[in-house]
Design a protein around this ligand. Structure first.
Ligand SMILES: C[S@@+](CC[C@H](N)C(=O)[O-])C[C@H]1O[C@@H](n2cnc3c(N)ncnc32)[C@H](O)[C@@H]1O
Length: 215
């Protein structure tokens, strides 16, 4: 039975609670011109984008900041960023345009159906309180078979990550993101990847890649 306060069927009612339940706009009010993973992990993200995001295509960088980690030598027709801080997004040299939107308040994406050829969510999926709704929307705005590359490491802003994320280890995070995509429906060919740089001296880097399945 669905409880009135359980908007995400199949997940425990408190899975998406956070230590800091104040509006995200306050947390992201000031820009953070930092990188959230080290150079080795960023290189792994860039390599994934090189492999999965189509050169020359239109790309959506969801939960974007001042850096998109796209390969510098690859041109895209358009790169659209959506995030919480306008100063960061304005400073991002890869973005053609950007939108400031709190996905935890408004998970609907302000884009047309099948507007994009690929999408990225880098080190941010753990902050979504309605990830299934956002990923369902993402499937809507991507063309059939377009990829989403969802990457994460083992660091986060603890007060803003959801309880489900805190309760799991790296393997559990891969399984959780896979489950988000499955629950959102409209996704297939889901791959779980460990792209951690070898040697163990840098941040680990994991990815879940899905492709849009449309009839
Ligand atoms: C750890 S940073 C990662 C930024 C960027 N993707 C990167 O790779 O550097 C988390 C990002 O998630 C975005 N974000 C967090 N909560 C959000 C929300 N409720 N709605 C939209 N974006 C959000 C923030 O704007 C921030 O840029």
């Amino acid at each position: 039975m669905l409880l009135p306060d359980d908007p995400t069927p199949g997940f425990p009612a408190n899975a998406f609670r956070r230590q800091d339940e104040t509006p995200d706009a306050a947390f992201y009010h000031f820009p953070r011109f930092v990188t959230h993973i080290d150079a080795g992990a960023i290189a792994a993200v860039t390599q994934l984008y090189r492999e999965y995001l189509p050169a020359g295509g239109t790309v959506l960088d969801l939960m974007s900041s001042w850096v998109s980690h796209l390969p510098e030598d690859v041109a895209y027709a358009r790169v659209v960023g959506l995030g919480m801080n306008a100063q960061e997004l304005r400073a991002n040299p890869r973005l053609s345009s950007y939108v400031v939107q709190d996905l935890n308040q408004t998970p609907a994406l302000p884009f047309l159906e099948e507007e994009f050829d690929g999408a990225a969510i880098c080190v941010s999926i753990d902050y979504l309180t309605q990830p299934v709704e956002v990923l369902r929307e993402l499937a809507r705005v991507l063309r059939p078979e377009a990829p989403v590359v969802i990457t994460f490491s083992n660091r986060c802003f603890p007060s803003k990550a959801v309880a489900a994320w805190h309760s799991l280890d790296d393997r559990g995070h891969l399984a959780l993101v896979q489950r988000y995509l499955e629950a959102a429906e409209g996704w297939h060919r889901i791959e779980l990847l460990d792209r951690s740089p070898s040697g163990g001296a840098t941040d680990p880097l994991f990815a879940v890649v899905g492709r849009v399945a449309k009839p």
